[in-house]
Design a protein. Sequence first.
Length: 311
Amino acid sequence: MSFFAILIALLLEQARPLAHDNPVHAGLRGWARTVRRNLDAGQSAHGWGAWALAAGGPSLLVGLVYWGLWQFSTVLAFAWMVGVLYVTLGFRQFSHHFSEIRQALDVGDDVAARDKLAQWLQVDASSLPRTELLRQVIEHSVLSAHRHVFGVLVAFVVFWVLGLGPAGAVLYRMAEYLSRNWRVRPDGTPSEALRSAAAQAWQWVDHLPARVTALGFAIVGNFEEAVASWRGDAERFAPGSDGVVLAATSGALNVRLASQPEGSGPADDADSSQRPEPQLAHLGSVVGLVWRSVVLWMLLLALLTLARLVG
C-alpha cells in the first residue's frame, strides 16, 4: 500500500503542484506561530514542550485519523495517506527555482541567475562568481531534494511500518520547518531555548533520513568516492546531517562542493579539494543523480510491498 500511495502522490504533485500559500501549509505555519507565542517562556523545558506540541500535535492527529479510518475502511485510509503525502512530499515545492536558474545559466544570463538564487534563498547573491553560483545551486538543490522527497519518504516508511501511516511524513516536514522558522530574530524572538530545541530535534529527526539519502546517492553515483567523502569530509561541508548529504553528493558526482579551508596546503588537502570545480554540465548530473535515486528507492519499496503481498 505504501508504494502505491507514494507513487500516486508523486504523480499528483507533478500534475497539480500545490501553491506556496495553500491552506494546509498556511494552517500549519499559523499553528506553529500560535504555539511559539503562547508557550515560549525562555526555559529549556518550555522550548521542548513547544516543539513537541507544534511538531508532534499535527503528526499525532494525522496518525490517529489514519488509524481510525483503517478500522472503518482501508480505501479511506489509503486516500488519507495519499492526501497527506501529496501536501508533504514532492519536487515541485522547490524545483521551479532550480529550473529557472538553470535556464538563465544556459543562455549565459548570470545576472538573472543570481537574482533568482537570491529570491530562492533570501540572500544577496549579486557578487557571487559563476563557480560559486553553481556551487550554491547544486548544494541547495540537493538539500531541497533531500528535505522534500527522500527524507519525507524515509520518515513516512518508518512510521508506516509502525502502524502510524503518514504521521512520519508530517513529523519530518514540521521538524524541518521549525528548525528554519524558529530562529532568533532581531527582536529576540523566539528565545534561545526554543531555537536550540528546534535545531536539536531536527538533527535527531533527520539523522537516519540523511544517511539513507547519502547511501542512495552513493549507490547510483560513484560509490567509492561518495562513501569516502561521506566518511572523511562530512563536517567540512556543513554541520550535522547536511554535511553527510553534501559530502556524498560531492563524491557521487565528482564535483568540488566544499570550499577549501584557509591555510590548508596540498599535503593536507582532503580528497574533495582535488575534484573539479562546478560546471554548468553538473546541473544536469544533479538531476540525473536525484531521479536515479528516486527510481532506486521506489523499486526497493515495490519489492518489499510485493514480498509482503506474496508472504
